[in-house]
Ligand binder design. Structure first.
Ligand code: RB5
Length: 157
């Protein structure tokens, strides 16, 4: 356990494609050792799968309220973010540093974090995930107006 206080009750949907599979497995174990309980949406082996399928399952679980946040891992984090962002209501952020992860929550109210297994190792991935999970959106700030504009775009407005 680290010194920081994890919001361990947060419902996390975790998924990866085959490229992200080793990092997903490592991150799941590390998150569990920190007191989090991510739900694994697969993939469950290194056999090739299509990242949009996993991105969609995790993203839909977040927008329908079953999970508060999603973490998606592919080779770069890019494909997962592009795919997840196609689901209305998803604000997915591809992060490879802790500052971006904190800001993705504080300013962008991101509800999905994506990472690349060919970009970050397990230790950094855990730090990034914790930064994301432990940061609140700055409610009542100028950022809300901007999120509302994104929501309008989601509705086709
Ligand atoms: C799979 O080889 C790779 O293309 C995928 O994991 C991802 O990086 C796509 O964005």
């Amino acid at each position: 356990m680290s010194d920081s206080q994890p919001v361990t009750g947060i419902r996390i949907a975790l998924g990866s494609d085959h490229a992200g599979f080793p990092l997903k497995e490592a991150l799941k174990e590390l998150l569990e050792s920190e007191g989090y309980h991510p739900q694994d949406f697969g993939t469950f082996s290194p056999d090739p799968v299509d990242y949009p399928d996993i991105a969609r399952a995790v993203a839909e679980a977040v927008v329908d309220g079953r999970f508060e946040t999603g973490i998606l891992i592919c080779g770069t984090g890019v494909g997962m973010s592009i795919a997840a962002n196609k689901v209305r209501g998803i604000r997915a952020a591809a992060c490879s540093d802790t500052y971006s992860a904190r800001m993705a929550r504080a300013h962008n109210n991101a509800n999905v974090l994506t990472m690349g297994s060919r970009v970050v190792g397990p230790g950094l991935a855990l730090d990034i995930a914790k930064a994301f999970l432990q940061t609140e959106f700055e409610v009542g700030s100028r950022h809300l107006r901007r999120i509302e504009k994104i929501n309008e775009m989601d509705k086709g407005g």
